[in-house]
Design a protein around this ligand. Structure first.
Ligand code: CUA
Length: 158
C-alpha cells in the first residue's frame, strides 16, 4: 500500500501523541495514585447535624495532619454555616463540606476552589490562604428561589 510521506508522518504523530497521553495518565493514576477529588466519603444527609465533624461547623485547629486547620461547612437552602470565618494568614486549611438538602455549589471567588456539594457526599479541598483579605463564597449550582442570596465569607487576617 502506498502512503504519502506526510500522511505517514501525521499517523506517527497521532499514534505517538496517544501513547504519550496514555502513559502520562497511567503514571498519574497508578504510580502517583491521583484520583478524582471529593465524593469519596459519604454521609447520611438526614443526619448531617448530628454527624461529626458537621455537628460543629467552623474552623478548628488540628494536630498531626498535613494541614493546620479544618474548616467545616454545612450548606442548606439558602445559606452556609458558618456564615463568616476568620483564618490566619498562611494557614494550610482542609475545607470539608456537605449539604443537607439539594445540590449546592461552593466556589471561593478569585481562587481555584470550586466544589459541588451533593446530598450524601462529602467534598474536600486542601488549600493555603497566602493572601490577606476577604474571600466570597458563592453557590454556583441553581438550588431554588434563594440561590442568588446564598453566600459566605472567609476573612484572611494577619
Ligand atoms: Cu445553593 Cu444555589
Amino acid at each position: 500500500m502506498h502512503m504519502h510521506k506526510f500522511e505517514k508522518a501525521w499517523l506517527i504523530f497521532g499514534i505517538g501523541s496517544l501513547l504519550v497521553f496514555l502513559t502520562v495518565l497511567g503514571v498519574s493514576a497508578f504510580y502517583l495514585g491521583n484520583q478524582p477529588p471529593s465524593c469519596l466519603a459519604t454521609i447520611d444527609p438526614e443526619k448531617v447535624d448530628t454527624t461529626a465533624p458537621f455537628n460543629e461547623p467552623g474552623l478548628k485547629k488540628v494536630e498531626g495532619k498535613d494541614w493546620d486547620y479544618e474548616l467545616v461547612y454545612v450548606a442548606s437552602a439558602f445559606s452556609y454555616s458558618p456564615a463568616e470565618v476568620e483564618i490566619p494568614y498562611g494557614a494550610k486549611v482542609k475545607i470539608i463540606a456537605t449539604t443537607k438538602d439539594v445540590v449546592h455549589g461552593f466556589e471561593v471567588a478569585g481562587s481555584n476552589i470550586n466544589m459541588m456539594l451533593e446530598p450524601g457526599y462529602i467534598s474536600e479541598h486542601v488549600t493555603t490562604f497566602d493572601k490577606t483579605g476577604e474571600y466570597l463564597i458563592v453557590c454556583n449550582e441553581y438550588c431554588g428561589v434563594g440561590h442568588h442570596m446564598m453566600s459566605s465569607k472567609i476573612k484572611v487576617v494577619e
